[in-house]
Design a protein around this ligand. Structure first.
Ligand SMILES: C[S@@+](CC[C@H](N)C(=O)[O-])C[C@H]1O[C@@H](n2cnc3c(N)ncnc32)[C@H](O)[C@@H]1O
Length: 413
């Protein structure tokens, strides 16, 4: 007899394997569950996600209960990780854990998995309120931001973050019935279900956007008429810019992501011209009053929503990203009229992709200066160099923020 919930666990195993061994994103890896009923597919993603939130601590538990360390990518270790994560993160009952774990190692070390699980479940599980991050990430962030920020990041990864909504205008925001407002046109909800059921979704009164991700568009001067959103899809910042009354050109090299942007514009009734092109070989016919470059990056700032980024962002990926960002900055700079603005941003916690990239750009380009950012959100104090650096210890009591970097540069000549 097949235990209830086994297909979801099988899919969770495939997702975890795709992320850890093949470096896939959770979104791509979750394709492994696409043939399952929606509830099972959601459970598979939740189990894999809860596992990635606390992988180093789960491994320490497993290693403490085995005589010989299990190979890192062995099926036995993967299955044990998934089972323990369900206990800790989802509160699954012991009998259900065991019944759905053992068939996953059929033909393999079933007795070993049974024994280790039994031992650990009898001992009782720690809660892991501040699970460790991968060692390489902790070392890197410790060097860049210090131990307090690493501790805050540990606390942050334990939970799924709150849901932030951005509104097109004050009327739409004031009609929204609930939530905490941490900035104009923003509400924060403790909501983890489907967003389509929230009031105003169908009418396009708001869109989902982490508060940190809404900061760059807030730096574009109100007087800028023509604005280019140079890496625009799926369009959170395009919608902010269009809602603020700018004439927006939204460029992205990904046709499928631009199609999502077009859907978002349709739902919200906002307008922008869309262009499918690679920013590295596209040129506008005339310069813009402002360019927003929300560059592709390691995305390590989004670790609360996408814990897998911490496993994908190896040093070579980060340096490759920084190289691409420098090329994109150089191209975008050429499209800004003298006196115009270039706002740069990345959802990354790596200084190489933020501070260091901007310092290198400014050294090479004396025709640009930093315009000091105003304090847009209480608790996110602008850096003395003028940029905004959002770290995991900011606004922690209110639910925290994604890690983020944004700088407003002005072309002086
Ligand atoms: C961080 S995401 C942008 C998120 C978007 N600004 C928002 O707020 O919804 C980066 C985007 O850059 C696009 N991209 C990456 N390399 C590009 C290039 N060379 N030219 C144009 N777009 C590029 C990717 O397709 C991706 O959609």
């Amino acid at each position: 007899m097949t235990p209830e919930g086994l297909p979801a666990r099988r899919a969770a195993l495939r997702i975890l394997d795709a992320v850890l061994r093949r470096g896939q994103t959770m979104d791509n890896a979750a394709q492994a569950a696409r043939d399952l009923p929606p509830a099972d597919a959601a459970l598979a993603s939740a189990i894999a996600g809860e596992t990635l939130r606390r992988l180093p601590d789960l491994d320490a538990l497993i290693d403490g209960a085995t005589r010989q360390p299990l190979p890192d990518d062995s099926k036995a270790r993967m299955v044990l990780r998934l089972a323990l994560a369900q206990k800790i993160g989802l509160g699954t009952a012991d009998h259900a854990l065991v019944a759905t774990a053992l068939p996953l190692v059929d033909g393999g070390p079933r007795r070993l998995v049974h024994g280790v699980l039994g031992t650990l479940l009898r001992k009782g599980m720690p809660t892991f309120d501040a699970p460790r991050l991968p060692q390489a990430v902790e070392q890197r962030w410790n060097a860049a931001w210090g131990d307090e920020v690493v501790q805050a990041a540990r606390r942050a990864i334990a939970h799924r973050p709150p849901l932030d909504l951005s509104f097109a205008d004050h009327a739409a925001e004031s009609e929204f019935p609930e939530g905490l407002s941490l900035a104009p046109l923003h509400r924060r909800l403790d909501h983890h279900g489907s967003i389509t059921m929230l009031p105003g979704f169908g009418e396009g009164r708001w869109w989902v956007q982490d508060l940190a991700a809404s900061l760059p568009a807030r730096l574009i001067p109100a007087g800028a008429r023509r604005v280019l959103d140079a890496c625009a899809a799926p369009g959170g910042k395009t919608m902010q810019l269009a809602a603020a009354g700018h004439e927006v050109t939204a460029l992205d090299r990904s046709e499928s992501r631009l199609a999502r942007l077009a859907d978002n514009l349709k739902r919200t009734g906002l307008k922008a011209e869309t262009v499918v092109a690679d920013a590295l070989d596209w040129s506008p016919t005339e310069p813009f009053d402002a360019v927003l470059l929300d560059a592709p990056c390691s995305a390590t700032g989004t670790f609360r929503r996408h814990p897998e980024v911490l496993y994908r962002a190896r040093p070579s990926i980060i340096s490759g990203s920084a190289e691409l960002q420098s090329q994109l900055l150089e191209r975008s700079a050429a499209w800004v009229r003298p006196g115009g603005s270039l706002v740069y941003s990345v959802c990354s916690l790596e200084p190489e992709e933020g501070e260091q990239g901007i310092e290198a750009f400014l050294s090479a380009r004396p025709d640009f200066r930093i315009e000091p950012a105003p304090p847009l959100v209480d608790g996110v104090t602008p850096h003395p160099r003028g940029w905004l650096r959002v770290l995991p210890d900011m606004l922690e009591a209110q639910g925290g923020l994604d890690g983020f970097f944004t700088a407003h540069l002005v072309r002086t000549a």
